[in-house]
Design a protein around this ligand. Sequence first.
Ligand code: ADQ
Length: 407
Amino acid sequence: MRGSPRVLGIVLAGGEGKRLSPLTQDRAKPAVPFGGNYRLVDFVLSNLVNAEIRQIAVLTQYKSHSLDRHITTTWRMSSLLGNFITPVPAQQRLGPRWFTGSADAIFQSLNLIHDARPEIVVVFGADHVYRMDPAQMIDQHLQTGAGVTVAGLRVPRSDADQFGVIDATAEGKVKSFLEKPADPPGLPDSPEESFASMGNYVFTTEALLEALRADAEDDSSVHDMGGSIMPMLADKGEAWVYDFSTNKVPGATERDHGYWRDVGTMDSYFDAHMDLRSVSPIFNLYNDRWPIYTLPPQLPPAKFVLGGRAEDSMVSAGVIVAGGTVRGSVVSPGVRVDGASYVEDSVLMDGVHIGEGAVVRRAILDKNVVVPPFARIGVDHDADRARYHVSPGGVTVLGKGARAIVD
Ligand code: ADQ
């Protein structure tokens, strides 16, 4: 739009995602598949693109091969009008080392900011499932004249130690920012809730550059956005918070308004999938007024034969259910379910094969897992623990290409 500030998007996509292992064994966390067709990074990129932010650098680092491939094939933009979405690997500008923290990742890529000459830099994480219109956050940022605005949402105080916690005035000026505090402060109007940072920031370019330079010179810093830059700007009185609950996305229902999930653990990743499948989903992927984009594979439609059926499930293209029953599950492209098998409350990734008579319950099966005929997964947790990964919440997980064991 004419008169709008020039905005550069930076997506932090270098996270290792240790707690999602084995799904992150050979891919970066933002490249982890989600919701049948998508990868986690598609959510943040869709949010930015829907808000007409079309100059975006995706900073990668750890096991970035499938992430790079996904971004270059799915998110390639016409360079007409100066648009780009490009993966940027660690630059090693400061000698032979990788990024240390997320602030160092941006510092090493300062040339991107100098080249794009933006007035506003939007720095968003890549690991979350949500819909958000960043333009509304930018509007607030411009109105308050903040150096940085951080997106915040209310979480139970008991969960807040996993997040950056924002202590702000009623108007939204940040008094202090505490990264993952052991004893998170409650909110004045609700002592059992805290304001958690969503890891999404809007910066005025000058404020970002100044903070990054000061941080780079500080040898005691961990060079992290949440751990170093935010506390520094809060102490200088330049940080404001944006209340995510005020964000209105076109087409969102009352039920999925304000939905945001940090899918950093196996159980939260699993629960976010279960949120997708019901008749009135908590997170509605079918809202075409704020689409979540990806490039699905070229495959024929899903097919149900020999009495095969699926209930309360999402089933992708190329799936064949040949006689088995699928219930309450998310089924990715190219999955094959054979006769007399039973799959319940599970996440099946691309190319999984469920053999005849097999039973799969509360499981996540990564790409190309083979479940041979009559194998049982998620039925006996003790047996599963001896062979597979079982999450604290009791979800059985098999890594890429694994073959289940039959007794
Ligand atoms: P964490 O997610 O624990 O907390 P971090 O591991 O730095 O913080 O990840 C933030 C984002 O940066 C993720 O998208 C990750 O993929 C990416 N990232 C991490 N290191 C990177 C690097 N070296 N290069 C490029 N990208 C990198 C953060 C904030 C908290 C906030 C939570 C919300 O620090 O304050 O509450 O996110 O989930």
